[in-house]
Write a protein that binds this ligand. Structure first.
Ligand code: SF4
Ligand code: SF4
Length: 437
C-alpha cells in the first residue's frame, strides 16, 4: 500500500443519458439460444438433460461445480440440441447449451417458493443455493456463499451505484421492479443476520432515490435506508463503497468489518426466486457507446447472441473491425474479438466504442496512478516490475489486490496502459501460485 494516498477516486463523465430515459426493448431470438455453462470459475458439471430433450423456461439443465456448486436453469423453451464450444466473455471458448426455440414459449416453476418470513437462516441459505442465483455485479460468484456463516454482520449494503460510464441496466431494472427490489433487500437482510440495509444510489439519480424511498415508506420499513453517494469512480467497487458508507477498510472481504455487499439486481432475482419460484431467465442489458446507431437497454433471455441483439437494435455506425466491442463497461469490461458471444447470467452491458487508442508516451513519474488507485497500490511500480519480470517485486507491491478498475490507465497523462500491466502481474502471480513455487 502506498503511504501517499490520494483521492483514490475520480469523477468520470457517465454518458448515462444515452440510455437511461428511453424504453427498454424486449427481444426474443429468432431460432436459438446458446446458454453459457460457464459463470464464475466452473470446473465440473453434471448434465441433467440429453440431446433431443424438450425443456421449458425453468427446467434445470445442469449442476455446475467450482469451489461452490450452483445449478443452471433454462431461459427458454425448446429442444436441447447439445453442448457446443463458442466464444465467451471470459476470453476463452466455453461450453454452451444450444437450444432451438419453440414457436410458443412455455414455462414451469423452477422450484417451490419459500416462505422466508418463517424460514430459518440455514433454510434460506440452502434454498438460495438451489435457486442458482449468481452475483450480478460482474464476477458471477454464487450468491449463497456470502451468507453461509455470517458472523458479526451488522450491515447489508445493496449496491445500486452503477459507477461505470454508459451502463444503466440496474437503474432500469429497479425502476421497472421496485417492489421486488425492496422485497429482495428484506430477504437478503434477514439472511445476512444484519440490523440494517443501506441502499447506495448515486446523487445524480434523484428520481431513483425518490422512487425507492417511496416504496420503503409504503412498506413501513425502518431498517432499510437509501444512502445517496457521490458521482465518482469506482464508487460501486466494494472497497470504495464500504469506506464511504462505514468509514472502514477491509483486507479481503467486507465481512471483516461487519458488512455484506450485494448488487441491486441480485436483490430483485432473490425476491423472484423466494416468492415466485423463478430462476434467472431474462436479463436487462445496456447496449451503449458512441459507435452504436441507437444505444438502448434490452430485456433478453440468457443465451441470446450479441450479434442478433445488435441486428435488432439498429447495429453499429461503421463496422465491427473499426470498433472496440466490450463485454461490460469501458473501465472494467473485457475487449471482445467476436460479436458471437452470448448474454450470460452475470452480464449487464455491452459497450461499443470507436477504436481510437492514443500512442503511449514515456512515464513522467507524476504519481497520478498511485494517488487515484482505490486499493492504495502503486500501479507504476507494479508495471515496472512486469517490464523487469521481477516476480518478487510484483508480489511485494500487492498486485493481486488490484480490482482491475482501470482508473490508473484513465488518469495517466502519458496514455500508458497501466492497468494492462497490472493485469499481467496478476496473471504471472496466479501462474506462480498454481505451480506452487
Ligand atoms: S486497475 Fe488496479 S492498480 Fe489500477 S487503479 Fe485500479 S485497482 Fe489500482
Ligand atoms: S500516471 Fe502515468 S505518467 Fe504518471 S506515474 Fe503513473 S504511469 Fe507514470
Amino acid at each position: 500500500m502506498s503511504l501517499l494516498l490520494g483521492p483514490m477516486q475520480q469523477h468520470i463523465p457517465g454518458r448515462k443519458s444515452l440510455t437511461d430515459h428511453s424504453d427498454v426493448k424486449v427481444l426474443m431470438p429468432k431460432e436459438r439460444v446458446f446458454i453459457p455453462l460457464f459463470a464464475g470459475p466452473v470446473t465440473k458439471y453434471d448434465l441433467l438433460v440429453s440431446e433431443g430433450d424438450h425443456v421449458d423456461i425453468g427446467t434445470r439443465l445442469a449442476n455446475t461445480k467450482s469451489a461452490f456448486d450452483v445449478p443452471l436453469y433454462s431461459s427458454v423453451s425448446g429442444t436441447f440440441k447439445g453442448l457446443v464450444k463458442k466464444p465467451h466473455s471470459s476470453l476463452k471458448p466455453q461450453l454452451h447449451f444450444e437450444i432451438e426455440l419453440d414457436p410458443v414459449q412455455t414455462s414451469i416453476q423452477a422450484f417451490e417458493p419459500l416462505n422466508w418470513e418463517n424460514a430459518s437462516q440455514e433454510e434460506m441459505v440452502s434454498f438460495m443455493k438451489e435457486t442458482g442465483i449468481i452475483g450480478q455485479g460482474g464476477a458471477g460468484f454464487p450468491t449463497y456463499v456470502k451468507y453461509l456463516k455470517p458472523q458479526g454482520i451488522h450491515t447489508l449494503i445493496i449496491n445500486a451505484v452503477e459507477c461505470e460510464p454508459f451502463i444503466t441496466a440496474d437503474y432500469k431494472v429497479i425502476m421497472d421492479n421496485v417492489e421486488d427490489f425492496i422485497h429482495g433487500c428484506r430477504i437478503l437482510l434477514k439472511m445476512s443476520t444484519g440490523k440494517e440495509c443501506l441502499i447506495a444510489i448515486k446523487k445524480t439519480h434523484p428520481d431513483l432515490i425518490d422512487y425507492v424511498n417511496k416504496e420503503i415508506q409504503k412498506e413501513g420499513l425502518s431498517d432499510i435506508k437509501v444512502v445517496p453517494v457521490p458521482d465518482v469512480y469506482p464508487m460501486g467497487g466494494e472497497r470504495t463503497l464500504v469506506r464511504t458508507l462505514l468509514k472502514k477498510n477491509f483486507k479481503r472481504l467486507p465481512a471483516e468489518v461487519g458488512a455484506i455487499v450485494n448488487n441491486a439486481n441480485t436483490a430483485i432475482l432473490t425476491a423472484r426466486a423466494f416468492e415466485k419460484g423463478e430462476a434467472i431467465s431474462k436479463k436487462y442489458v445496456t447496449f451503449s457507446g458512441e459507435a452504436l446507431n441507437y444505444p438502448t437497454n434490452v430485456l433478453v433471455p440468457v443465451g441470446m447472441s450479441v450479434a442478433e441483439i445488435l441486428e435488432n437494435i439498429g447495429g453499429i455506425k461503421d463496422n465491427l473491425a473499426s470498433c472496440r466491442l466490450i463485454a461490460g463497461g469501458p473501465m472494467m469490461g473485457k475487449a471482445m474479438v467476436s460479436d458471437q458471444i452470448c448474454i450470460d447470467r452475470a452480464m449487464n452491458a455491452i459497450t461499443v466504442l470507436k477504436d481510437e487508442e492514443e500512442p503511449a508516451m514515456t512515464c513522467m513519474r507524476c504519481g497520478r496512478c498511485t494517488a487515484h488507485c482505490p486499493v492504495g497500490l502503486q500501479p507504476v511500480r507494479i508495471a515496472n516490475a512486469v517490464k523487469m519480470n521481477d516476480v518478487a517485486e510484483m508480489e511485494k507491491r500487492g498486485a493481486m489486490q488490484c480490482i482491475e478498475c482501470g482508473l490508473c490507465t484513465y488518469v495517466c497523462p502519458s496514455k500508458i496502459q497501466v492497468t494492462e500491466n497490472v493485469r499481467k502481474a496478476k496473471r504471472t502471480l496466479a501462474m506462480k501460485n498454481r505451480r506452487g513455487n
